[in-house]
Design a protein around this ligand. Structure first.
Ligand code: BTN
Length: 326
C-alpha cells in the first residue's frame, strides 16, 4: 500500500484527496493517514490540508523498497527489491537470495556495505549515505561462457541511465568501468553460479559513486563522484530506476543473439579507449597497442605496434592508458 500511495502522490501535481486514495486502494482513511505519517517520519515532506488532501513537497534521498518499487518502469528488472540500511555485500545477499530461489530481476540495494568487494579481490569503499551499492540477480538461459558479456551490458546501461538523469557525458573504460572526465565513477563485479553447460544464476554488482565528496588516499587520483562532477547532490532512487530501465532494454537486445552484436556499436561509441594507445597488461609481458573497438563477444580488438590485430579477453588482462588510468 505504501508503494501505491507514494506513486499516487508523486504522479499528482496538485493535492490528492484522502477519499480518492481510499477509493483507489479500497482501504480506510485511517489506514491512509497511518501510511502518510510513516512516510513523513522517513523524511518525506507531505502537506496535509483540510478539504484538499495531500501533496508531496519534497522526497528524501532514500532507497527503501517502497521508494524504489514505486519508481520502477520495468517489467522485471528491479521489480522485487531488497533494501539493506547496512549489509556485508549486496553481491553476497543476492547470491544467497539466488540460492533460495529468488526470481530473475531481483535487486538488492544497500546504503552501506561492511565488506564491499571489488574486482581482483580488492575492497570497494562503501560508506553510508553517499553511494549506490546494488546487485541484480539474473537467471539467463545461456551457456556459461556468455555470462562475462553481461557485465558489458550493465556498463552500457549504467552509462545510459546516468546520462538520462544528469547532464553529463560518461564513458566506458573497457570492459566495465564507467568513467567521467577520465576518472572512475562506477565499478561492476559480475559473479556466476553455474554447472559446465548451465547457468544457475548470475549476480551483477554495481557500485556508483554518487554524493561522495572525497576519497581515500589510494584512489584519490583516479576516483570521482557525480556530486564532484556536477556540483550538486544527486538523488539515488531515480538513478537506480533509470539504470534498471536501460538494463532491461539492453538485456532484451543481448538475448536476441546471445552476444554483444546488437549493442557493440553503441557500446563502442561510449568507449573511452577507442582509437587510443593502451597498455595491455596480462600474463605475458605488457605491450602497447591501439584499441579498435569490441567484437560480438565483448572482447577488445587491438592493433599491436607491428600491425598485428589481436583480441584481448577481459578475464585475462587489464587495459589502461599509456599515461595512467584511462
Ligand atoms: C570494481 O572493482 O570495479 C568492481 C566494484 C563493484 C562494487 C559493487 S558495490 C555493489 C556490489 N557489492 C559488492 O560487494 N561489490 C559490488
Amino acid at each position: 500500500m505504501k508503494t501505491e500511495i507514494l506513486k499516487m502522490l508523486r504522479e499528482t501535481e496538485d493535492y490528492i484527496s484522502g477519499q480518492q486514495i481510499c477509493e483507489r486502494l479500497d482501504v480506510s482513511r485511517t489506514a491512509v493517514w497511518k501510511v502518510i505519517r510513516q512516510l513523513q517520519d522517513e523524511g518525506y515532506q507531505i502537506e496535509a490540508v483540510r478539504n484538499r488532501g495531500y501533496r508531496i513537497v519534497d522526497i528524501p534521498d532514500v532507497m527503501t523498497r517502497e521508494e524504489l518499487e514505486s519508481r520502477m518502469r520495468t517489467e522485471w528488472a528491479g521489480r522485487n527489491v531488497f533494501y539493506y540500511p547496512e549489509t556485508d555485500s549486496t553481491n553476497l545477499r543476492i547470491r544467497q537470495l539466488g540460492d533460495e530461489g529468488a526470481p530473475h530481476g531481483t535487486l538488492a540495494v544497500a546504503d552501506m556495505q561492511t565488506a564491499g568487494r571489488g574486482r581482483r579481490g580488492r575492497i570497494w569503499e562503501s560508506p553510508a549515505g553517499s553511494s549506490i551499492y546494488m546487485s541484480l540477480l539474473l537467471r539467463p538461459d545461456l551457456l556459461p561462457g556468455t555470462a562475462p558479456a553481461l557485465t558489458l551490458v550493465m556498463a552500457c546501461s549504467v552509462a545510459e541511465g546516468i546520462m538520462d538523469c544528469e547532464d553529463v557525458k560518461v564513458q566506458i573504460k573497457w570492459p566495465n568501468d564507467v568513467i567521467i572526465n577520465g576518472k572512475k565513477l562506477v565499478g561492476i563485479l559480475t559473479e556466476m553460479s553455474s554447472q559446465v553447460d548451465y547457468i544457475d544464476h548470475v549476480v551483477i554488482g554495481v557500485g556508483i559513486n554518487v554524493n561522495m565528496t572525497g576519497f581515500p588516499e589510494n584512489i584519490r587520483e583516479t576516483a570521482t563522484s557525480l556530486r564532484i562532477e556536477t556540483g550538486h547532490k544527486v538523488k539515488r532512487a531515480p538513478l537506480i530506476a533509470a539504470v534498471m530501465k536501460r538494463f532491461e532494454e539492453n538485456y532484451e537486445i543481448f538475448l536476441q543473439t546471445g552476444d554483444m552484436s546488437g549493442l557493440a556499436e553503441k557500446y563502442s561509441r561510449m568507449l573511452v579507449n577507442i582509437g587510443r594507445e593502451v597498455l595491455v597488461i596480462g600474463a605475458k609481458e605488457p605491450y602497447k597497442a591501439y584499441a579498435l573497438g569490441i567484437d560480438r563477444d565483448g572482447e577488445l580488438l587491438v592493433r599491436r605496434e607491428d600491425g598485428a590485430e589481436e583480441k584481448v579477453y577481459a578475464g585475462e588482462v587489464s587495459v589502461r592508458g599509456v599515461y595512467g588510468y584511462v
